[in-house]
Structures are given as structure tokens and as C-alpha cells.
Design a protein around this ligand. Structure first.
Ligand code: ASP
Length: 438
């Protein structure tokens, strides 16, 4: 029988109504044996996620301000879930201990983790599955680095002892017993780690949308749904802004070939998006998706015969390194090089960075352009497919959009163009129309 790990996000586990939906989904396939739960999310847009409420109680407690009103909000959420699901459960002792721990200065990560802990406890009761605390499965070192070997060993043991289990997402424990959390949205990572640890046939990630869209729906009306996407395409698209899944969620699975199926709890019959290691390119369009980001700066450095100065690139990189600047891209020409960096990183230390480049690298000229947007056009089908770049550039030319930069790696998985921020939305719409509108 196949084995599925199913992770349910916050909106899927936000109220008794959604808990019952989730229970039906899980019960409809016996292969769904290991379930990873998020903390309750929003039931409506003006709502606040339990994780955010917990962070707030921590901040209030730290400043010795009364946190009971916020804690009551959290208690009421769980009460509604328990009563609506008609469960015989009482979480009073848990809340008393959270309250006591807050007063006694418990860590921020411990407090944040309680959202998933309690939700997983309730879901395990509703499903009649075992509850396994993430503290027994997910290990970190003291600096917060995830410890693979130790965790996978514990997970392998866990499946021998438990046929079906619910595990809280988002956190684990360090060698001293302190709770550590992943970055926000990290329940997706727990799901990937558990999937790898149990050698799942499939990792289902249940959320509140039917998978990935080929463009940002705030810019393109009803963009086409992506049915299948490869790991590497997804890395490119999510780097550039499309976020349904945590950016790092595919990393534990990439060398295992475990597929991720993104599904919508509120519309389970929708196909969703399947994320795979490799996909056939037939029947697919030339591109899989378009995404992008604003707020980049470009540092243009000119130096005649820069290649003759063998230490030039090293010096340039060390200026970025000592100033903690991430290099996003680096298009070059014969006598010039452009460093594309995030606007806020450069702005935080602008004068120092520019001066250090001038003194350390002795360029002929340094200039900076601000307000640059990058658009990434991603598609595994563009490899060896003549005319994709031509179509892209023609679409932008017709829209009278100036392309300031072009980046394409030899993997031919994507083409990135740098344009003015003010052209961003228009450019995305034109590219979408050129490639995707059927
Ligand atoms: N509850 C955590 C957050 O809000 C983790 C998660 O939902 O995946 O970031």
C-alpha cells in the first residue's frame, strides 16, 4: 500500500468546520498515515493567526504587560474547535502551563511552537491517530541548524512503532531540550522532512489555494493553473516571489524523487499542482510560469580591461561579503560588470559600500541604478526551443518597455529581465498574453 504524508496549513486547521473537512479528506484515503499540522490560521482575512497571537503574548510578557486578553483569544479558538468537533478534551492544564511559562520568561520559540502542538493534539484525537511530539523527531543543534541524521533516524524508528500519527509542524528541539522553530511557514519543512524520513510515496501539502498559478493573480486576471512543475522550476519561481510552499520545502526531497502534491482543502476535487523531479515536456506550454520582484538596485562598475586585474572579482566580492550583501545576479560585459542586489541591503550601508568598491577595486567609474524590477520567465520546455527569447523580447518591445538587463543561465530554465519598476505590472501582463493566453 502506498504511503502518504499530508501536511495541513493554518487555514485548513483554523476552526471546527475546517477540522471536519480535513478529517474527511484524511479518512478518504487509508494511505494518509502521517499527518503534519500547522497552528490555527485565519478564518477570515481580518483574523490573526494563532502563531502571531502567541508571538504577541511573548512580547507583552517580556515587557511585563498583561497578556491575558490575547491568551484568551487563543483559548477561545481552540475551545471552538474542540466543541465544534464534539471532542471530549480539556486543554485548561496546557494553557495554565503556557501562561506560567510566559510569566517565567519562556523562550519565544517555545511560545510560538504551542500553536502547532495543541492543534496536532486535537487533530490526533479527532482522527484517533497517535500524537507524536515534534520534539521526538526533529532535532537542531544549539545554533538552530537542522540535524538530518539524528532526525531521520528518529523518524525511521517512529514508523515502526506508530502506524498512523499526527505530528506538529514548525519546531523541534536542540541538545539542551530547548524548542527551536524553523522560519515562518516552516510547517512545510516538517512535512518534507517527515516525508523523507518515512520514504513516502507522496507528500501532500494541503492549503487554501489550488496550487501554483502561472502568474500573480493580482496582476493577471485568472491566470492559468500549473498542473506539473519540476523542483528546479519551482525554485526559480519561488525565489522570484511566487509563494505557496516554503522556499526550502523541496530541498529534503530533491534527491529522493518524492513528489509533492499541492492541494486545496476547500476544493479537494481540484487537480492542484504536482511538483516532480523531472517532467516530460510534451503537451506543456513553452513556459511554466512568470514571476518577479521589485526593489532591486544595480551597481554598475566600469574598468577598462578588468580581466587583466586577476584580483578584481575577488576584491569586489569581498566588499559584498564584509558588508553582508547577497549578490542576486551579476551580468558582465567586456569592460563592465553589474551587481544586482536588494535595494534595502544596499541602502543600509550605501556610502560605505560604494566607497569601498572605489578604493579597493580601483574602477574607472561606479554608478548605481535604483528601482529595478526583475521578471523571471520559467519553463523547462524552453531548453533547445528556438524563439522563446525572441517572443519575450518582442512582447516587451511592442509594449514599449525597455529591457535594461538580460540574464539566462546555460541550464536554459529561465530568462530574467531587468526593467524599470514602473513597467513591472504591464510587462508581466504582456508576457503572459504572449505565452500563455490560449
Ligand atoms: N505556524 C507557523 C507560521 O505561521 C508555521 C506554519 O504555519 O507553517 O509561520
Amino acid at each position: 500500500m502506498s504511503l502518504i504524508v499530508s501536511k495541513f496549513g493554518g487555514t485548513s486547521l483554523a476552526s471546527s468546520q475546517t477540522f471536519l473537512k480535513v478529517s474527511n479528506i484524511i479518512k478518504s484515503d487509508k494511505a494518509r498515515r502521517y499527518i503534519v499540522a500547522s497552528a490555527p490560521g485565519k478564518t477570515k482575512s481580518e483574523d490573526t493567526k494563532v502563531t502571531d497571537l502567541l508571538y504577541l503574548t511573548y512580547d507583552l510578557a517580556k515587557h511585563k504587560i498583561n497578556f491575558n486578553d490575547i491568551l484568551d483569544k487563543i483559548i477561545n479558538k481552540y475551545r471552538e474547535i474542540i466543541e465544534g468537533c464534539k471532542l471530549d478534551m480539556d486543554l485548561t492544564d496546557y494553557f495554565n502551563s503556557i501562561s506560567k511559562n510566559l510569566e517565567e520568561g519562556a523562550s519565544k520559540e517555545y511560545i510560538a511552537s504551542r500553536g502547532e502542538y495543541l492543534n496536532a493534539l486535537i487533530l490526533s484525537k479527532l482522527l484517533d491517530y497517535d500524537f507524536i511530539d515534534a520534539e521526538e523527531l526533529i532535532f537542531f543543534d544549539e545554533s538552530g541548524k537542522f540535524l538530518e541524521d539524528k532526525s531521520y533516524k528518529a523518524i525511521a524508528q517512529m514508523i515502526k512503532d506508530h502506524k498512523c500519527a499526527v505530528i506538529p509542524g514548525f519546531y523541534g528541539v536542540d541538545p539542551k531540550g530547548n524548542i527551536k522553530t524553523f522560519s515562518r511557514g516552516g510547517g512545510d519543512l516538517t512535512g518534507s522532512i517527515i516525508s523523507r524520513g518515512v520514504s513516502a510515496d507522496l507528500y501532500e501539502n494541503w492549503t487554501d489555494v489550488s496550487g501554483f498559478l502561472s502568474a500573480d493573480p493580482r496582476i493577471v486576471k485568472n491566470p492559468r493553473q500549473i498542473n506539473t512543475i519540476t523542483y528546479s522550476e519551482l525554485r526559480e519561481l519561488s525565489y522570484a516571489g511566487a509563494s505557496v510552499l516554503h522556499e526550502e520545502a523541496i530541498l529534503p526531497l530533491a534527491d529522493q524523487g518524492i513528489k509533492i502534491q499541492v492541494k486545496n482543502t476547500f476544493s479537494p476535487e481540484d487537480k492542484g499542482t504536482l511538483i516532480v523531479a523531472d517532467a516530460e515536456t510534451e503537451d506543456e506550454s513553452e513556459i511554466t510560469g512568470i514571476s518577479g520582484k521589485k526593489h532591486f538596485s544595480v551597481i554598475n562598475i566600469e574598468k577598462i580591461q578588468m580581466k587583466l586585474d586577476k584580483s578584481f572579482y575577488r576584491k569586489l566580492m569581498s566588499v559584498l561579503e564584509v558588508n553582508h550583501i547577497d549578490l542576486e545576479h551579476m551580468p558582465t560585459s567586456i569592460d563592465s560588470i553589474s551587481l544586482i542586489v536588494k535595494e534595502n541591503q544596499l541602502a543600509s550601508n550605501y556610502d560605505t559600500i560604494i566607497n569601498e568598491i572605489k578604493t579597493f577595486c580601483s574602477p574607472d567609474k561606479v554608478s548605481v541604478e535604483q528601482n529595478i524590477a526583475l521578471i523571471t520567465v520559467v519553463g523547462r520546455a524552453m531548453k533547445n526551443n528556438i524563439g522563446v527569447a525572441a517572443k519575450l523580447f518582442a512582447a516587451l518591445a511592442e509594449a514599449k518597455i525597455n529591457i535594461q538587463m538580460i540574464i539566462q543561465g546555460s541550464s536554459e530554465l529561465n530568462i530574467i529581465v531587468g526593467i524599470k519598476e514602473s513597467d513591472y505590472e504591464k510587462a508581466i501582463r504582456r508576457i503572459y498574453d504572449a505565452f500563455i493566453v490560449e
